[in-house]
Design a protein around this ligand. Structure first.
Ligand code: NAD
Length: 275
């Protein structure tokens, strides 16, 4: 089994730096994919209310024979449930679907500047309740820009443990990542492979050839060496195993720089200031 490093969050909780993402995995295929990942050594799963597959995640973990404490589970609040009472009901439903009495990490999925009168502060205060109750061991945000994080900093009690943002070689997010580092917020890189879009890049392919690894492996290794938390998605068993096999080699500083230099500020997903 690969030995996956932990990152210590700003509240002292440990999170495995590498995990399994389940966005776009159909509900009826999720338990099988998560079981394959757990068998391969993954101990961290990233789901969301909007993915509608939390039940499959819970089912695979329950069947795995692992103790609950051995797997780090993240979910995220649905965009329709930001009003505090809705958020409470949605969070109860998350725990029920997972079949768990806590999640390791719960996130606001999107800041949604055009909805709820731009108010994500009362939503965050509701997540603070879940944290104080011990039903979310850590709380954080996703797709927050520095100006959103500054508002939380000024108006609420708890600093987010993580900010989950889109990051890959075509979108290196240097500004948001530097802001997060300065404020002890760990960065989680979503779509770490650019949904597969960066893998045919000639620079990625030449780094892979030099390292004797696949394009996906060197891109995932690049994230890990930059210090971000990653959870690539795949439903293909061979790829699930390939993606975790990145803890037996290191990229040179020059390779890391070459991959970072591919940045072209190109998103695969929505712009958080507009969505
Ligand atoms: P990803 O970058 O992980 O790419 C997944 C795709 O890459 C797969 O569908 C497959 O086509 C390809 N792929 C995977 N492994 C491969 C391999 N070894 N070789 C070749 N191709 C391979 O994209 P993602 O699923 O969008 O992101 C990963 C996770 O991030 C999600 O599952 C989810 O948990 C999270 N996420 C969060 C947000 C958010 O708003 N917070 C948004 C998107 C994704």
């Amino acid at each position: 089994m690969p030995s996956i490093p932990d990152i210590t969050l700003n509240n002292g909780q440990a999170i495995p730096q590498f995990g399994f993402g389940v966005f776009q995995i159909p509900p009826d295929e999720t338990a099988a994919a998560v079981s394959t990942a757990l068998d391969a050594g993954y101990r961290h799963v990233d789901t969301a209310q909007m993915y509608r597959n939390e039940a499959g995640v819970g089912e695979a973990i329950a069947k795995s024979g692992l103790d609950r404490g051995e797997v780090f589970v993240t979910s995220k609040l649905g965009n329709d449930a930001h009003e505090p009472d809705d958020a409470r009901a949605a969070f109860d439903a998350t725990l029920k679907a997972l079949g768990m009495d806590y999640v390791d990490l719960f996130l606001i999925h999107w800041p949604l500047p055009g909805r709820y009168g731009g108010d994500f502060i009362s939503t965050w205060r509701t997540l603070e309740e879940f944290y104080r109750e011990g039903r979310a061991r850590s709380i954080g945000v996703s797709n927050f820009q520095p100006h959103h994080l500054r508002r939380l900093h000024g108006e609420t009690d708890i600093i987010p443990a993580v900010n989950q943002i889109e990051v890959h070689p075509y979108l290196t997010q240097d500004e948001v990542r530097a802001f997060c580092t300065e404020h002890q917020i760990a960065v989680e890189a979503w779509s770490p492979l650019g949904r597969g879009g960066v893998l045919a890049d000639p620079v990625v392919m030449s780094v892979a050839k030099r390292a004797g690894k696949t394009p996906a492996q060197v891109v995932l290794r690049w994230h890990v060496q930059r210090g971000d938390i990653v959870f690539p998605k795949s439903v293909t068993p061979d790829r699930i195993r390939e993606n975790i096999d990145i803890f037996d080699f290191e990229l040179s500083a020059a390779d890391v720089e070459d991959l970072s230099a591919l940045n072209r500020d190109e998103r695969t997903g929505p712009d958080p200031d507009k969505f």
